[in-house]
Design a protein around this ligand. Structure first.
Ligand SMILES: Nc1ncnc2c1ncn2[C@@H]1O[C@H](COP(=O)(O)OP(=O)(O)OP(=O)(O)O)[C@@H](O)[C@H]1O
Ligand SMILES: [Mg+2]
Length: 464
């Protein structure tokens, strides 16, 4: 049955996919409802199918108008009270809502379409596939995703098989949308929400965040640098080495209490450490010498110790064409004359899971450490990490995106560095993790103060 449309590329892919169950997954406005409605016209003549909307208003305001926009000239009759349409090729279209799934049990169907299925109960899917009893037996689902805990993820990703197929696309793929609309989404939606609402990805909020303890409310403040930076106190720099981006959080802890004899603990405020992330020294793209110059610009008058923390592999001598010098050699060479410099680099890196535990401890507060406070204006990359870094699916590693023009490739580095720092400095809540980290804290001392532990209170773990 002919109707005249020029599909977007993902719509075409969806029409051509020859699977019994198809999912058209996308950001908002990508053309899902439009594509779903066009598919009705493509079903064979003299068949009966059903179109399900989550609610009656969604049927009335979105699905039905789109059906008339696309298939209008094929409609012979539409019965508003029965919500049924008869098309010129003998097709019957039954419109229903998902509000009461049991009422969906009814006629045998050749096909059905669920629009915005993420808003429907799994029961709807189960009942509807039970109605598919007449050829060609096709079902299609159009929706914006709602996380990995949703039944759609289970059916179409986890339990995907030869009967199922997904077309996934970004809102950007809809050439019929005004450019302004897409730009407004790109600026209005950040991080995980952007991934879900614009890119059409299954993302989980909370369950798979690497730093669930990070909270803007608890950890982010204005003017932290201005109000709390002390040029005479130790300044900690948490490094991570990359090309695309380097972002080194600069931390002070007032007062720095890493080892508190348990018997001396009282409720006195003086016994609580308050960590601050004052700023982050950042370059995109980056290299280590340039980062050192940035650091000097940011801290021209620092007279207290400057202590570097970071990845153990940064001390190997093959740091990317630097003539056998390690990253820490380079930092030492660039900054030695200007600061009272020290390095706290472990011989081997802490296991990622431990690093995550400790980093979350700094966000939530741990032992006698208050929750870390991060400068809102100075540390956008760090804050973005705190909110948006994800775990890999099995939960034991950080998800890294290296694809170059993907904005997410800028994630993880800032908090990676911070995690190396935390693994050495922060008194941890979990005894088990504390014991594992004790080994790691048997660290290399490197640079000018090699022989001396640069920390005023000495290394050590509370309660261990
Ligand atoms: N192939 C096409 N030809 C012409 N216009 C199209 C086409 N595909 C989509 N559109 C138009 O793009 C706009 C968005 O489409 P649609 O409402 O189907 O998107 P959606 O993904 O269902 O959005 P939402 O997430 O809001 O439900 C509509 O104005 C629709 O008419
Ligand atoms: Mg829609």
């Amino acid at each position: 049955m002919e109707i005249n449309v020029t599909p977007t590329a993902p719509q075409l892919e969806f029409f051509e996919m020859d699977r019994m169950y198809r999912l058209f997954l996308s950001g908002i406005g990508a053309g899902k409802t439009f594509g779903g409605a066009v598919e009705i016209a493509r079903m064979p003549p003299n068949t009966t199918g059903a179109v399900i909307s989550p609610t009656y208003p969604m049927h009335r305001d979105m699905v039905l108008p789109t059906f008339f926009d696309t298939c209008g000239k094929l409609v012979l009759d539409y019965n508003k009270s029965d919500k049924e349409a008869y098309l010129i090729d003998g097709k019957k279209v039954i419109f229903r809502t998902a509000e009461d799934p049991e009422r969906l049990r009814g006629p045998n169907l050749s096909w059905f379409w669920l629009d915005e299925a993420a808003l429907m109960d799994e029961m709807v899917w189960k009942i509807m596939i039970g109605r598919l009893r007449v050829l060609p037996m096709k079902a299609w689902v159009t929706t914006t995703p709602k996380g990995k805990m949703h039944w759609l993820y289970k059916i179409f990703v986890k339990e995907a098989n030869e009967f199922t197929g997904i077309v996934k696309c970004s809102t950007r793929s809809n050439v019929y949308l005004p450019e302004q609309f897409i730009r407004s989404l790109d600026t209005g939606y950040k991080g995980l929400w952007h991934l879900q609402e614009v890119e059409g990805e299954f993302v989980d909020f909370g369950a798979t965040r690497a730093y669930p303890m990070f909270s803007r409310l608890r950890n982010v403040r204005k003017n932290i640098f201005q109000d709390h930076y002390n040029p005479r106190a130790p300044l900690h720099v948490a490094c991570d080495f990359n090309y695309a981006i380097m972002s080194w959080p600069c931390i002070q802890v007032h007062p720095l209490l890493t080892q508190i004899p348990l018997e001396s603990v009282s409720d006195s405020d003086a016994l609580y450490s308050q960590p601050y992330v004052l700023t982050e020294v950042e370059l995109i793209p980056a290299n280590t010498p340039a980062m050192c110059r940035e650091f000097r610009k940011r801290f021209p008058n620092h007279t207290g110790p400057v202590v570097f923390y970071g990845d153990a592999s940064g001390s190997s001598g093959d740091s990317h064409g630097a003539g056998g010098y390690s990253h820490y050699d380079i930092i030492d060479k660039e900054l030695r004359e200007h600061y009272d410099l020290a390095f706290m680099i472990p011989r081997k890196n802490p296991p990622v899971v431990n690093r995550l535990v400790v980093t979350n401890d700094v966000f939530s507060g741990t032992g006698y450490w208050r929750p870390v406070l991060v400068d809102e204006d100075e540390c956008p990359t760090f804050i973005n990490d705190g909110e948006n870094v994800l775990l890999t699916e099995n939960g034991d590693n950080i998800e890294k995106i290296t694809k170059q023009d993907d904005e997410r490739s800028l994630l993880t580095h800032s908090t990676d560095g911070f995690g190396y720092w935390a693994s050495i400095e922060v008194p941890v809540k979990s005894m088990e993790v504390a014991q594992e980290l004790n080994d790691i804290r048997d660290m290399i001392r490197y640079g000018r103060n090699m022989e001396n532990d640069p920390r005023p209170h000495g290394a050590g773990l509370m309660g261990v």
